[in-house]
Design a protein around this ligand. Structure first.
Ligand code: PGA
Length: 253
């Protein structure tokens, strides 16, 4: 039983005051089952603030990016060991906004995947196709290329302590959610790709769906056999919206 993971990617949103209200609300309403894990990923300056607030609770802390380097003269970068030091357990790597806006190709993402793991953190590896790629029938090829880069760099064993997030680029922040069938098809493909390497690891890994997940579509997505939760952007910024998604997962366990 993999259980669900509902992860909030706050992106570049928040303030001391807004974060305090958001985390208070999440802590007050988090579902009681240990089959639904919650994770919040605030911007770097607020990691320590949120770490203090979630300390001792069942809500986990993650970061949105990590340096490929361990330490040294890399102005503006943040090492995995630093993120672990301030209380992170997870790191999002390869989000499509990083790929599209900051030039992170699959090789850089694979290095970040490895950097997260060498710091003892669980990477959440994001993969997903653009609308143009989907319409050209290239969805699976694009996903394979993104997965294979991380598999090649880190090896299948690394996926025993990793999470994958399938995030079709056309569904992110657009209100155009993938249908449960579209999402399940790609999730099955991803799990099958890993199965070919190691059936046990494929069976154990959580594959999240991301892209306009809301309280009213989460249940339909999460009820599919290969969808193990969500990576949530817009709907992770209000306690009621985020908790509605967590509750949809809790209703399925
Ligand atoms: P969204 O973002 O939920 O706002 O579509 C998802 C993501 O980018 O992780």
């Amino acid at each position: 039983m993999r259980g669900y993971l509902v992860a909030g990617n706050w992106k570049m949103n928040g303030s001391n005051a807004a974060n305090a209200a958001l985390v208070d609300g999440i802590l007050a309403g988090a579902p009681a089952t240990d089959q639904v894990e919650l994770l919040v990923c605030p911007p770097f300056p607020y990691l320590a603030q949120v770490a203090q607030m979630v300390d001792g609770s069942r809500v986990m802390l993650g970061a949105q990016n990590v340096s490929v380097h361990e330490s040294g003269a890399y102005t503006g970068e943040t090492a995995g060991s630093m993120l672990a030091d301030v209380g992170c357990s997870h790191i999002i790597v390869g989000h499509s906004e990083r790929r599209a806006l900051y030039g992170e190709n699959s090789d850089i993402v694979a290095e970040k995947f490895r950097a997260a793991q060498s710091a003892g953190l669980t990477p959440i590896l994001c993969v997903g196709e653009t609308l143009e790629e989907r319409e050209a029938g290239r969805t699976e090829r694009v996903i394979d290329e993104q997965l294979d880069a991380a598999l090649g760099a880190a090896g299948i064993a690394a996926f025993a302590s990793a999470v994958i997030a399938y995030e079709p680029v056309w569904a992110i922040g657009t209100g155009m959610t993938a249908t449960p069938e579209q999402a399940q098809d790609v999730h099955r493909h991803i799990r099958a790709r890993l199965e070919a390497e190691d059936a046990g690891i494929a069976a154990g890994i959580r594959i999240l769906y991301g892209g306009s997940v809301k309280g009213d579509n989460a249940g339909g997505l999460f009820s599919n056999p290969d969808i193990d939760g969500g990576l949530i952007g817009g709907a992770s910024l209000k306690p009621a919206d985020f908790l509605a998604i967590a509750d949809a997962a809790a209703a399925l366990v």
